[in-house]
Design a protein around this ligand. Structure first.
Ligand code: SF4
Length: 263
């Protein structure tokens, strides 16, 4: 997301080969129920009036010319491209299908996440999910507008009664399971396990150091500088923040529960 915050954004929606799941959620997000116009988000009927392009679905060979034409018809600035859904972000479950367009051959991990919009257009924002909820799409666009900082605040709800039923598991394992769940919100199927595995390895090294917080931050920054894919970079930063939040909460609660359970 390298473009400046805007006051409003007019969007044009294009489907590059989706199963229609994401399209339904985009249409839902545009209804008065979610009222996106309160944030200045408005659907327009032509790319010539659009600031942003909402692309849904994997990039099919059939659609790539049309999508490119639509992009070229948009005014030159700001020309924002938003990939909505796992397919548009990374090819999703269709990544290996015969109709998927690939700008170059890719192998291994890279192949597993090719086939999205970025094969043809520069993407400014990825909104993962299969399909992402209307709230997630709205949240993504609101971030582009910079309204998130002004109008929303993060809140965490935890059910205190059920949180620590698995007391016999070590804290580190409970953290791993929680991270695995929350990582679903920020990255697709294929990369999730791998990113988590890399992160837990880094976290293990950091915990053996004298100052774990500083060490983890240094290791994540090293990973961040080496990794080119912005989705993986974002996931690592997300994991770093979540890790300390969970660790503090779990350790504090564990001590309280252990004291209560001493016979
Ligand atoms: S992300 Fe899921 S819902 Fe969206 S187009 Fe792909 S398969 Fe369909």
């Amino acid at each position: 997301m390298g473009k400046p915050a805007l006051k409003s954004v007019w969007v044009f929606h294009v489907d590059s080969g989706s199963c229609n799941g994401c399209d339904i959620e985009v249409l839902d997000m545009l209804t008065p129920y979610y009222d996106p116009e309160r944030f200045g988000i408005k659907l327009v009927g032509t790319p010539r009036h659009a600031d942003a392009l909402l692309v849904t679905g994997a990039m099919t060979r059939q659609c790539r010319y049309a999508v490119k034409k639509v992009y070229e018809a948009m005014p030159p600035k700001p020309r924002i491209v938003i990939a909505v859904g796992t397919c548009a972000s990374s090819g999703g479950i269709f990544y290996d299908g015969y109709p998927i367009y690939r700008s170059k051959d890719r192998f291994g991990r890279d192949r597993l996440r090719s086939g999205g919009v970025e094969e043809v257009l520069p993407v400014d924002m990825y909104i993962p999910g299969c399909p992402p909820s209307p709230e997630a799409i709205l949240f993504g666009i609101a971030q582009l507008l910079g309204v998130k900082e002004n109008k929303m605040k993060g809140e965490h709800y935890t059910d205190k009664e059920t949180e620590f039923k698995l007391l016999q598991y070590p804290i580190e394992e409970r953290i791993r399971l929680s991270l695995r769940e929350s990582l679903k919100k920020v990255i697709g199927y294929f990369d999730r396990e791998r990113v988590l595995e890399d992160f837990m390895e880094i976290a293990g090294k950091a915990n053996r150091a004298e100052n774990p917080k500083e060490k983890l931050h240094a290791l994540v920054t090293g990973y961040f500088l080496k990794e080119k894919d912005s989705r993986l970079k974002f996931s690592m930063k997300f994991l770093e923040n979540e890790y300390w939040r969970l660790k503090d909460a779990y350790e504090e609660r564990h001590v309280a529960l252990t004291e209560t359970h001493v016979p």
